[in-house]
Design a protein around this ligand. Structure first.
Ligand code: MRU
Length: 341
């Protein structure tokens, strides 16, 4: 089993630096909130549920490190730290969810000492519950996979995107644990290669059969009958769309065309009820991620690049949303008011 993606050891937040995988497995020991914010921006820590845990631990770190002796000043300091973390990545709703949950615990505690204690307890609970949630998502989703399932996934919605176990890959892990044979086709996931680097790494570490394809190969494999279903994670689910890594929408369209089920596996903390596609900010990242490969320039100087990190898949293309409380099936209208704090 691979180490936990992110955890608290005393006053230190320990996380796997995912930018170094698959070449090196390195744990970063982080004791300051600026370092944590940088880790989120650089995708050392990434994936919606892991971002929720990072946000929660970041607020806890700010609380326990505060030297303020006045309650209002203490709350202002922790709130400012929370705001700076919230601004690191805009699309995954879990980041704000984890931050808000711990912030609410601190604000409700009534004293500085109780606030510090509540922050640590609250953040630990976010991390602990994430594992329980992923296990439930896994069990609920495993039932949907046929025997000898050939599953296509995109990006990394695995142990590395959560505390452990994973959402989309949690479904695969649970199916394998339950005795099913599953083989995975991992889309490489341009431009940062979360599928090739991370999904393949964590599945191979557990001897779950996996092959990597270029993103553009997915439709061809569906046409050849080599894919039984698609299972992906999500960064945010509004009343009308699922937001996930750029390229997800393309797989959903192709899956519908070929009559292949397209499932989304996500915790309730990823739901953003009352919002729709146009309300959501899609993160745009730098030109360099697209304009170079392996340290070599691939786009001529002066030519612009568009680098959206996520896309939106309309719910009518989604065959089911696998959550910890069960599988939601279409029609999703009206979307249940699913959100837990
Ligand atoms: O940019 P990333 O690597 O944070 O994007 C992650 C994804 O798109 C995942 O599929 C999503 O967060 C679900 S993780 C369980």
């Amino acid at each position: 089993m691979i180490p936990r993606t992110i955890e608290r050891v005393g006053g230190t937040i320990c996380f796997i630096d995912q930018t170094l995988l698959p070449q090196r497995l390195e744990i970063v020991e982080c004791t300051d909130i600026e370092r944590l914010a940088r880790a989120i921006r650089r995708l050392e820590v990434r994936g919606a549920p892991a971002l929720g845990i990072a946000g929660a631990y970041g607020v806890a770190l700010a609380a326990i490190q505060s030297e303020e002796e006045d309650l209002d000043a203490f709350l202002a300091e922790v709130s400012a730290a929370a705001a700076s973390l919230r601004g690191t990545r805009p699309t995954a709703v879990n980041l704000g969810w984890g931050i808000d949950r711990v912030l609410a615990a601190v604000r409700g505690a009534g004293s500085i000492e109780a606030g510090k204690e509540a922050a640590v307890k609250g953040a630990d609970a976010v991390a602990r519950e994430d594992e329980e949630t992923c296990r439930r998502i896994g069990a609920n989703g495993a039932a949907l996979l046929p025997e000898n399932a050939r599953v296509l996934t995109h990006c990394n919605a695995g142990a590395l995107a959560c505390a452990t176990w994973g959402t989309a890959l949690g479904v695969i892990r649970s199916a394998v644990e339950g005795g099913k044979t599953v083989s995975v086709t991992a889309c490489e996931t341009r431009p940062l290669l979360q599928g090739a680097r991370l999904t393949a790494w964590e599945l191979a570490a557990e001897k779950i059969p996996v092959r990597v394809i270029t993103d553009a190969t997915a439709a061809f494999l569906m046409r050849r009958g080599e894919i039984d279903c698609v299972v992906v994670g999500a960064d945010r689910i509004t009343d009308d769309a699922v937001f996930n890594k750029i390229g997800t929408y393309m797989h959903a369209v192709c899956a519908r065309h070929h009559g292949i089920p397209f499932y989304v596996a996500a915790p309730l903390s990823t739901f953003d009820p009352g919002r729709s596609e146009t309300d959501v900010t899609i993160e745009e990242r730098g030109r360099d991620e697209v304009a170079a490969f392996n340290g070599k320039q691939t786009v001529p100087d002066g030519v612009g690049c568009t680098n959206y990190a996520f896309d939106a898949t309309p719910l009518d293309l989604v065959s089911g949303i696998i959550t910890e409380i069960g599988v939601l099936l279409p029609p999703y209208d009206p979307m249940p008011r699913l959100r837990h704090i």
